[in-house]
Design a protein around this ligand. Sequence first.
Ligand code: ADP
Ligand code: MG
Length: 252
Amino acid sequence: MPEAKLKLIYEGKAKYVYALNDELLLMVFKDDVTAFDGKVKATVIGKGILAARLTAFFFRLLEEQGIRTHFIDYDGCRGIVVKRANIIPLEVIVRNYAYGSLFRRMPSYKLLQKLDPPLTEFHYKDDVLGDPLVLEEDILRTGILSREELEYIKQLSLKINSILLEFFESRNLRFVDMKLEFGKVRSGEIVLCDEISGDTFRVLDPSGEHLDKEVFRRTKDPGLLLKAYLKLAQIVGVDVNDINIPCRGYYY
Ligand code: ADP
Ligand code: MG
């Protein structure tokens, strides 16, 4: 654990979350990778910094394009300062190509069939239940979101997707799908939260190789995952030269 002085408020599979004050949190990215809802686990030295750098990069890119997010600051190491939010208990998945769990509920798709316009899914955020797909009606009737909020999140997710799609396509990568989380900040505004990294999206290089967590799901090999994440970071354009140096950020 990086810092005893800060109050740890949550330890997840990929990050520690510390309270900096009433309004700000520090997310510290671990060198851990898990798959199959935490059943398979490994340590990959350097993964935490790479995931934090990618997340900072993409949140800045999105902010520049007018997307409201929880991002405040990146400490250059594994720590990202964010606005504290009440996380909406949904995972929004946007798919540009048919892949993965989509086939379990709908085998009639062709593998990597283009989904245009992109397909948006809502899943209830619950590892024990395996993050099940839910209907929009379920979300409205349980009061998780109002109709306006649901529409807003759908439109925002599609806008985020189109920004990232353009970004990856201009770098010759196929942007398959991604998972987003949203939260409500103190003002009541809904903003994009959590992370954007190879743990939360799937991208394929021109030869069809995964540059995302799929490498670990398939091989369970931390070394191969690190190799894929280094290649992804290089293509995105974030610094990868110092990832083995034990670093201390500003905040810990
Ligand atoms: P998990 O194992 O639950 O996926 P992570 O290791 O990803 O957890 O830790 C990050 C946790 O912090 C997640 O539960 C995520 O929903 C939550 N989170 C992300 N951004 C914020 C935020 N701005 N405010 C409060 N919680 C957040
Ligand atoms: Mg998570």
